[in-house]
Design a binder for this molecule. Structure first.
Ligand code: NAP
Length: 274
């Protein structure tokens, strides 16, 4: 099946690791020209090297923090100068803060919105004019299952609403941009195994008692006992399908990718007694 992604220009935020990196790999394998962004330069350089080593497509990188509007201006200008167009925008970068409601600070609340919903809104607002000039495009927002499920993970009062806003943003934007031939969809991962995120959750659960060897052994046991859990590639495949011409009549949708495994790794690790 031809996904018709050859020579398409794609911008992927959070493209140096996890779901974003897997997405960048798959887009490049389909012959797309990919621009990845993230904050850390070393990881970006590694990602570019990895993707180039596969020998397909084309990949470039620019360091940027999606929570900083001026950085989003730089990403947009870079994409325009380098490629002259953007066909696909994957708003993937994002993260969660999980703590009891009364412990959420104003900073947590504002950052939760800034890195998730505001970042998707702001970058889309910058890239859409370029898409309109080129006659159309595709936007894929990456949300998370916490958008639907109360207390999953526990302490989601800050992140859950920020991720839920991304779903609603998707439906509104799809409706508004339909006449401009721009499709907007959302991918909603359940728990997928990305090492950085798992380590973050394990550190939060263990606090001062964190021990890497113990944490890794527990992780292995939990994964074996409570799976199957997904991986970044399975989410990336869904993103790439939605970006492709094979999803040309899918618009304004939010697609849950969780293998029907409704468990929360954060909840399991916090209650772990094995
Ligand atoms: N993994 C899961 O189980 C899961 C579940 C539900 C939803 N999601 C969603 O899926 C998306 C990707 O998650 P992931 O698990 O693949 O994450 P990950 O493995 O932790 O990778 C995150 C990527 O985003 C970049 N990033 C983080 N903060 C950034 C910022 N402020 N500005 C620019 N880039 C930033 C990171 O690089 P730098 O740190 O160098 O910037 C990295 O490239 C997120 O929106 C997340 O909420 C993931």
């Amino acid at each position: 099946m031809d996904l018709e992604l050859r020579n398409k220009v794609a911008v992927v935020t959070g493209g140096s690791k996890g779901i974003g990196l897997a997405t960048a790999h798959l887009l490049a394998r389909e012959g797309a020209r990919v621009l990845i962004t993230a904050r850390g330069e070393a990881a970006l350089a590694n990602a570019v090297r990895e993707i180039k080593a596969e020998g397909s497509g084309e990949v470039d990188a620019i360091a940027a923090d999606v929570a900083i509007p001026a950085d989003l201006d730089r990403v947009t200008a870079f994409a325009k100068d380098r490629f002259g167009r953007v066909d696909i925008l994957v708003n993937n970068a994002g993260t969660g803060t999980y703590k009891p409601f009364l412990e959420v600070t104003d900073e947590d609340l504002e950052y939760g919105m800034a890195i998730n919903f505001f970042a998707q809104f702001r970058l889309s607002q910058r890239i859409v004019p370029i898409m309109i000039d080129a006659g159309g495009g595709v936007i894929i927002n990456v949300s998370g299952r916490t958008a639907y499920q109360a207390a999953n993970p526990p302490g989601s009062t800050c992140t859950g609403p920020a991720k839920a806003a991304e779903l609603r943003f998707t439906t509104d934007l799809a409706e508004e941009l339909r006449p401009q031939n721009i499709r907007v969809n959302c991918v909603v991962p359940g728990v997928v195994i990305t090492p950085d995120r798992f380590e973050k959750w394990e550190r939060e659960a263990a606090g001062n008692d964190y021990d890497e060897t113990i944490a890794l052994a527990r992780r292995e046991k939990i994964i074996a006992e409570s799976g199957p859990w997904g991986d970044a590639w399975q989410v990336a495949e869904t993103i790439v399908y939605l970006a492709s011409a094979r999803a040309s009549y899918v618009n304004g949708e939010s697609l849950l990718v969780d293998g029907a495994n409704k468990q929360s790794y954060t909840r399991i690790i916090r209650n772990y007694e094995g």
